[in-house]
Design a protein around this ligand. Structure first.
Ligand SMILES: Nc1ncnc2c1ncn2[C@@H]1O[C@H](COP(=O)(O)OP(=O)(O)OP(=O)(O)O)[C@@H](O)[C@H]1O
Length: 326
């Protein structure tokens, strides 16, 4: 069993809005071992990005606030670090890749200068060495090193995202957080970028959090997965266990929403209904109004996390703790 690099414990993050309080992340717990990748999956608004921002201490405050929890990175709680300490960690030990590469790149700076800037900030090298390392990174992500002299607009979308990956990996971070890194790209380019990320993660032994709404991406790249619904993790397991034996009706619904070519199904079975208004999440289990297996208890009592098989956790009244507690 890999040693834990990151332990997120009971993390809760809220936003105060004019409409009321949004519990964007509610009592979230997961861990990542060295070299391991976890997928965080959920529909839009489930709280995936807020989880990432919480780990990086980048939740905008106001309106956001971390109300409880711990984010233990290599034995130290990041939530207890000050701005200066966090600046040294971000981009160096923990990096983040966002959905749209254009928002992360500076349009008026050459790509090699942008990578070199990060290296200079965190490593004890002069600018010539930093530039050389930057060109090495450009080559590592599959772009000819001479193109480092070019500006972001001279690259295609897929190449820009490769540059963003090069920036994120420039200081060989121990943890990479990728927030829907391929969503803005064409399907064929998506596959190439994912393949690249998978290879780099293995070469550099980087641990990774992959935020996505795509279960295919998870199957491809992740070791573990947390399924989120309205800020709340409903199921958490090794990828293989979750795919072989999805327990939560919401997870089962997500699988029912994927076209299955082999089964030659005529129609999909999308989950009925919509995610609730984030300021008016239903009492009890937040999924209860959409759940095909809803019981009375689901409408008033929030289910607790139960370990149904080794390392496979679910929050659902169909799995009462007394039956599964060892
Ligand atoms: N700055 C903010 N102010 C108020 N509410 C916010 C803010 N940022 C996020 N939220 C709310 O918090 C909840 C979680 O949002 P978050 O962006 O973390 O979800 P997500 O799962 O990453 O969604 P997406 O896939 O669309 O990025 C949503 O209800 C969202 O409206």
């Amino acid at each position: 069993m890999a040693k834990d690099l990151l332990n997120v414990k009971n993390l809760s993050i809220q936003y105060s809005t004019d409409e009321g309080v949004v519990k964007a992340v509610d009592n979230m717990t997961f861990e990542i071992g060295v070299g391991e990748t976890i997928g965080i999956v959920g529909e839009t608004g489930a709280g995936k990005t807020t989880t990432a921002l919480g780990i990086m201490q980048l939740v905008p405050n106001p309106p956001g606030k971390i109300v409880q929890g711990e984010v233990i990175f290599k034995g130290e709680d990041l939530l207890k670090k000050n701005d200066e300490e966090m600046r040294k960690i971000r981009g160096n030990k923990i990096s983040m890749i966002f959905q749209d590469p254009m928002t992360s790149l500076n349009p008026v700076m050459t790509t090699e200068d942008q990578i070199a800037e990060v290296i200079l900030l965190h490593q004890d090298v002069d600018s010539k060495e930093a530039k050389e390392k930057a060109r090495d990174m450009i080559e590592t992500v599959g772009i000819p090193r001479e193109r480092g002299k070019e500006y972001p607009h001279q690259f295609s979308g897929g190449m820009r995202q490769r540059i963003v990956i090069a920036i994120a990996l420039a200081c060989n971070p121990e943890l990479l957080i990728a927030d829907e890194p391929t969503t803005a790209l064409d399907v064929t380019i998506q596959a190439q970028v994912l393949k690249l990320m998978k290879r780099l993660k293995e070469d550099f032994e980087t641990s990774m959090i992959m935020i996505t709404h795509d279960l295919g991406v998870v199957a491809n790249i992740c070791d573990k997965v947390a399924i989120m619904y309205t800020g709340y993790v409903v199921e958490y397991a090794k990828v293989r266990d979750l795919y072989n034996n999805p327990l939560h009706p919401y997870t089962q619904g997500l699988f029912g929403s994927i076209p299955n070519v082999e089964a030659d199904e005529k129609r999909l079975n999308p989950i009925k209904g919509l995610m609730p208004d984030p300021t008016e999440v239903p009492e009890g289990c937040p999924f209860n109004p959409r759940c095909p297996k809803v019981m009375d208890v689901c409408k008033s009592v929030l289910p607790q996390r139960v370990e149904v098989e080794d390392g496979h956790y679910v929050n659902c009244h169909l799995y009462p703790p007394e039956e599964y507690q060892k």
